[in-house]
Design a protein around this ligand. Structure first.
Ligand code: SF4
Ligand code: SF4
Length: 388
């Protein structure tokens, strides 16, 4: 079996970098095309909901004006993922940065294609569940291994985060899917307004036949080392509708976010931390790629989240990096060139890995990898361990 720079190897490189010349860091590479085992697919950038902490909209109000509305068809996916590649995958899941695959036209057909090409791989849909007819959910149950329903509360609270969703529709979807033999997980993001409902929701999950219930400790009350206890929720006209607040119970607060907050309060500048922390690339560890609704390929969804909802389009530290590529962001398009070329090109193999070197200029200009995969790992601290 081919070797790739997996988690252990990346850690080893980190250790070397502290004791020897920085140049050794550039030995850290991503996987090669043949090594890819996990695919995160964003079928569409469209969604029926407007979650206030999701970058597809402006704090729960209008759609992010910088976001291209795009969607992959079954033909697009077949072209990007030939059967020989699908045949060696371990896992494919549909989630995404900006859209919910439930609303995409060809989601069922794409899952069916993957299943036909690889009977053993694990297929998962992650969705708000508030859409489609029961018949669609029954068909889905026969194709995927698991569907994760993201339901952040009960009938009287779920819509405060999953704005514009409908509880009755979600329950119909759940019942149709589970009733047809589908395996379902329930993910519940905990806020102040729903923390008193976690145990009731857990009991309901069991009654409805969910296999697993996970209370999630969101990291989205922190941005670049700054903790805010509440965030505004906007209506479409930009007016403040209400606030989302951090849960009060310490068990529902993200431990890594708390650790960063303490670190900053004790005098370490967040930028100094982000400039120096070791990076353990989660995508490399799993040999995973993320494919956006535009067909752009990135190692992970964090790096692929290029459309900030700010007033300036193409803002953020990723854009200077993308502009160095021959065709800008389109250099990463697996709809324009073979996936192999994208993954084995300079973006994957040198530009991103160069930012993993602590103290380097590349790190100074691009801290996202340090923020998502550094010592204080807010992502890994999100699921509440006891609930899994
Ligand atoms: S359901 Fe998902 S894609 Fe849709 S707004 Fe919420 S977080 Fe974003
Ligand atoms: S953020 Fe960077 S280090 Fe983390 S998984 Fe993505 S590419 Fe790898």
């Amino acid at each position: 079996m081919r070797e790739f720079a997996g988690k252990q190897q990346t850690r080893a490189n980190a250790a070397v970098a502290h004791s020897e010349a920085t140049i050794i860091w550039f030995a850290a590479r991503m996987y090669a095309y043949e090594d890819i085992r996990v695919v995160h697919l964003e079928m569409t950038s469209r969604c029926n909901s407007a979650c206030p902490m999701c970058a597809r909209n402006l704090q729960g109000g209008a759609v992010n004006p910088n976001l291209p509305l795009a969607e992959l068809s079954e033909a697009d996916v077949r072209a990007m993922f030939p059967e020989e590649l699908v045949g060696r995958l371990k896992r494919m899941y549909m989630c995404g940065n900006y859209g919910d695959a439930m609303v995409a036209r060809d989601t069922l057909e794409v899952f069916t294609y993957f299943r036909a090409a690889n009977a053993k791989m694990h297929l998962r849909l992650i969705t708000n569940g508030s859409g489609r007819k029961p018949e669609w959910w029954r068909k889905l149950a026969g194709v995927v291994d698991v569907t994760t329903f993201s339901i952040d509360g009960l009938a009287d609270t779920n819509h405060l985060y999953r704005r514009r969703t409908d509880w009755d529709v979600i329950m119909r979807s759940v019942e149709a899917y589970i009733g047809a033999g589908g395996s379902a997980d329930w993910d519940f993001i905990v806020f102040k307004h729903n923390e008193h409902q976690v145990e009731t929701a857990r009991a309901l999950a069991q009654k409805l036949g969910f296999k697993r219930f996970t209370a999630k400790r969101t990291d989205r009350f922190m941005s670049r080392g700054k903790l805010v206890n509440q965030r505004e929720v906007h209506d479409r006209d930009g007016s403040v509708a209400y606030y989302l607040e951090m849960p009060v119970g310490p068990e529902y607060q993200n431990t890594a976010v708390r650790a960063v907050d303490s670190m900053v309060k004790e005098g370490t500048q967040y930028n100094d931390y982000a400039g120096q922390t070791d990076v353990v690339c989660k995508a490399t560890g799993e040999a995973k790629i993320y494919v956006s609704a535009e067909g752009l390929v990135f190692p992970c969804c964090w790096v692929g989240g290029i459309y900030s909802s700010g007033t300036k389009a193409e803002a953020g530290e990723m854009w200077p990096l993308l502009r160095t590529l021959p065709e800008g962001k389109h250099t990463l398009s697996a709809l324009r060139r073979p996936l192999r070329e994208v993954v084995e090109g300079s973006f994957f193999q040198s530009l991103i890995p160069a930012t993993w070197v602590p103290g380097s200029k590349e790190r100074k200009d691009f801290t996202l990898c340090a923020r998502m995969c550094g010592k204080h790992d807010t992502v890994r601290a999100t699921p509440l361990p006891a609930s899994s």
